[in-house]
Ligand binder design. Structure first.
Ligand code: 13P
Length: 339
């Protein structure tokens, strides 16, 4: 493990109050988004969509890195440039999703375990040769009747730590994503207690399995009431609760925390990230940034809609969203900037 190199990459991923763009939807997820808009669900359309994203002018003004998907890193832009090269040329650090999705956890109805450890060492070595510098793995925890169970959290934490160790061995920065889902009727307090338990168990495993904390990024959920909870919370409450949770659980040696958006609207995700940085920045030992997928890609995917003639407008919308979120990393976002 080259510690200095890992630390350098991790710091660069969250430097200068900029975040990361998640464009790593698996084929089924990307197809689902296309189906909703009537866009053909083909490898070529996914390639065109990703080309629209990575050729967005001045994207690096708001993002330090982009998370790609296996299909994309084997594809090329229309002019023949491989995607990884195009991302690097745009001044952006290329990363990759390496998990194989959340599957049913045998013996634990309603709970999931993430697959993808088999053959991971070999895949990481190939990705490293391709020029990829960091790798993401998502674990999924659902809040419901008596779930998540402690065993499910522990199993996922062990797997996250095994993946993280393999990443660091290969010289890739692990972006560790234990996502507590927003779906459900639970309240803010429940999300806080579950996320707190999850993060404690995850960091315990990361420590036990000798992960270099300075050479990783945490990608957590914000602390939110469930989407079907009758009592929704204010932005200030969410910001305060989320920062409290992170301060309790995330070691100060971790250089960056980059949120997933999890189904929040673009505007709310930005507003909440902004509130955290505006009020609590001096208290936080790590950079607090974004690694949104849906909240960054909307509304540009709607504008693009699979059509060549919409590319420029879609790119403008993406650039705008990215800049708004960079402002939120500085705590300088204002709703009237949405216009
Ligand atoms: P969302 O921001 O759409 O939740 O996606 C983030 C991500 O990378 C999920 O793995």
């Amino acid at each position: 493990m080259n510690e200095a190199e890992l630390i350098k990459t991790a710091k660069a991923m969250v430097a200068d109050n900029k975040g990361l763009l998640a464009m790593d939807e698996s084929n089924p997820t990307c197809n689902k988004r296309f189906a909703a808009l009537g866009i053909p669900q083909t490898a070529e359309m996914r390639r065109r969509y990703r080309e629209m994203i990575v050729t967005t002018p001045r994207l690096k003004e708001g993002v330090n890195g982009a998370i790609l998907y296996d299909e994309t890193v084997r594809q090329k832009l229309s002019d023949g440039t491989p995607f990884v090269e195009a991302v690097i040329d745009a001044g952006i650090i290329p990363g990759i999703k390496v998990d194989m999705g959340a599957k049913e956890l045998a013996g634990f109805p309603g709970e999931k375990i993430t697959a993808g450890l088999d053959g991971l060492r070999e895949r990481l070595s190939e990705y490293s040769e391709m020029g990829l510098r960091f790798a993401k793995w998502r674990a999924v925890l659902k809040i419901g009747d008596s779930i998540p169970t402690r065993r499910c959290i522990e199993n996922n934490a062990i797997v996250l730590a095994r993946y993280a160790a393999l990443c660091q061995e290969a010289g890739l920065v692990p972006m560790v994503e234990p996502e507590v889902l927003m779906e459900g009727k639970h309240d803010l307090k429940t999300c806080l207690s579950v996320t707190e338990q999850v993060l404690h168990i995850v960091f315990d495993q990361l420590h036990k399995q000798r992960i270099l904390a300075e050479g990783m990024i945490l990608k957590p959920n914000m602390i939110l009431p469930g989407s079907d909870c009758s009592e929704q919370s204010s932005t200030d409450e969410i910001a305060e609760t989320t920062v409290k949770c992170l301060l309790r659980c995330v070691p100060a040696s971790v250089v960056g925390v980059a949120f997933l958006s999890g189904g929040q609207s673009s505007k709310l995700a930005t507003e909440r990230l902004n509130a955290m940085n505006k009020k609590y920045k001096p208290k936080m030992p790590w950079a607090l940034v974004f690694s949104f997928s849906r909240a960054l890609q909307h509304p540009s995917i709607d504008i693009w809609n699979g059509k060549e003639e919409n590319i420029e407008k879609a790119q403008q919308a993406l650039h705008h969203r990215v800049k708004l979120n960079a402002a939120a990393c500085r705590g300088e976002y204002k709703p009237d900037m949405e216009k």
